[in-house]
Design a protein around this ligand. Sequence first.
Ligand SMILES: [Zn+2]
Length: 246
Amino acid sequence: MLTLHFDGALQQLLPRKYRSKERVDYPLARRASIKDIIESLHIPHTEVWAMTVGDKELSFSHVPGAGEKISLHTFPNGVDVTQPTFLRPTPLPEAAFSVDINVGRLARLLRMAGLDAWYDPQLTEKELADQSAAHGRILLSRNRDLLQRKCITWGRLVRAEMPEQQLTEIISLYGLHRHIAPFSRCLECNALLQSVDKSAIVDRLEPLTRKYYHRFKRCPGCDRIYWQGSHHHRMQKIITRLTTHA
Ligand SMILES: [Zn+2]
């Protein structure tokens, strides 16, 4: 028998019969790594920040012996993915995301906040996993099987159900309040916007936009024109809330 202590947020991901228990007694029927064991309980390895026996940290390949007592810790808020950890010794150059179709609306909100969110609903699960890993992107999904794929190191099982709350969840988890930069990224294709002189695009503007707005940006990817007023009022409020709570 092996004893597993899951901390609060991880405990909530356990199968219902274990959810109210402080510890899970796990029968060791075969030789298995701790990663296989936690994923047999349907908790993706992406959700585990650290695993410890006493003061000693464990890697995912650790094969527990009978009688071992292992504590499993959830991600704290404000994780800096550019710093190595014992479990993830190769950090990411920055917090950039790829967004699964089951949280698709989150992609647009992340972009509205100026965060790098790659989204391609045409990809298969395997392609999405492979691309996320190859490009060093954090995979955001509500699909546990996808996050359990071997190639994935960085991912997040998105807990919130509503897109706005999902955005708050991701910004808090990865401590991105200071990275929020509205009006900097294309909502449609994720490219970084470039400033453009009004005179260069004035013939493409509606009369009222032409009259009331003076600062414009253009997407080098899809040629869309953006101006401050083009952002949805609701989003402005979300961004204000996020930045004032930083
Ligand atoms: Zn674009």
